[in-house]
Write a protein that binds this ligand. Structure first.
Ligand code: FES
Length: 242
């Protein structure tokens, strides 16, 4: 049975249920910890490290580290923000992200995170890798240029859709998302409302013929920064208590 525990983020005391990850406990208390590969409906993979926080002196992934009684966590330090900035910048230079013309612009978690972290330009040189496109399916396409290898789609296909139809091939910078059929997406049973399509945080899995439908000004992050939905919980509960 879960019991209540007490922990601290940036010097403020909060409560959590035992068994929760630091990220889940922070979310419930209205504290936003940046993240990309985490999705609340999926098992955490701890792959992007954007959620890095400092726990009792060590840097840990908040999405895979269980919160514990008395834990002292740092989240909003300039050092941690710069670690996150560097990780996001690497994602930008390792792919081909042309935000102004991307169909997900304004609804993209990577772009929104870059704005939230106040990234102006990456500190690393652009790689401009050659990435492939899979447009074999009549309703969905994969654009490898925008994939950040977060693995959300792979996990969603397995855990929520019950069909392991997506996976990665290659290594390191050559890691690519791929449908598990020699015919590409056309050879797997995938549909636009499948979770594996819906959970993509960027514009790597796109439903055809739906581009640019939401006008500028009404997109997810046009008015509020990413994470503001979580922070709104703290404003409703000024004590920060769950
Ligand atoms: S969100 Fe925790 S490692 Fe990606």
């Amino acid at each position: 049975m879960s019991h209540k525990i007490t922990f601290f983020i940036d010097g403020i005391e909060y409560t959590a249920k035992s068994g929760q990850s630091i990220l889940q406990a922070a979310d419930e208390n209205g504290v936003y910890i940046p993240r990309l590969c985490y999705h609340p409906e999926l098992k955490p993979s701890g792959s992007c490290r954007i959620c890095t926080v400092n726990v009792n002196g060590r840097n840990m992934a908040a999405c895979t580290t269980p919160v514990a009684d008395g834990m002292i966590i740092l989240n909003e330090t300039e050092e941690l923000q710069d670690v996150r900035r560097a990780l996001v910048e690497m994602l930008f230079i390792e792919g081909n992200h042309f935000c102004p013309s991307c169909e997900r612009s304004g609804n993209c978690e990577l772009q929104a995170l870059a704005y939230r972290l106040k990234i102006m330009s990456p500190r690393f040189p652009y790689i401009f890798p050659k990435r492939s496109l899979d447009a074999t399916h009549p309703a969905i396409f994969i654009d490898g240029n925008r994939c950040i290898q977060c693995g959300r789609c792979v996990r969603a296909a397995e855990e929520l859709d019950g069909k392991p139809i997506l996976g990665f091939i290659g290594r390191g910078g050559d890691l690519k998302i791929k449908a598990s059929s020699s015919e590409g997406l056309a050879g797997v049973g995938i549909a636009p409302d499948d979770h594996c399509v819906q959970v993509c945080p960027v514009g790597a899995i796109i439903i055809k013929e739906t581009a640019y439908r939401i006008p500028i000004g009404q997109r997810s992050y046009d008015k509020k920064p990413i994470g503001s939905d979580i922070e709104a919980k703290a404003r409703k509960s000024p004590t920060g208590a769950v």
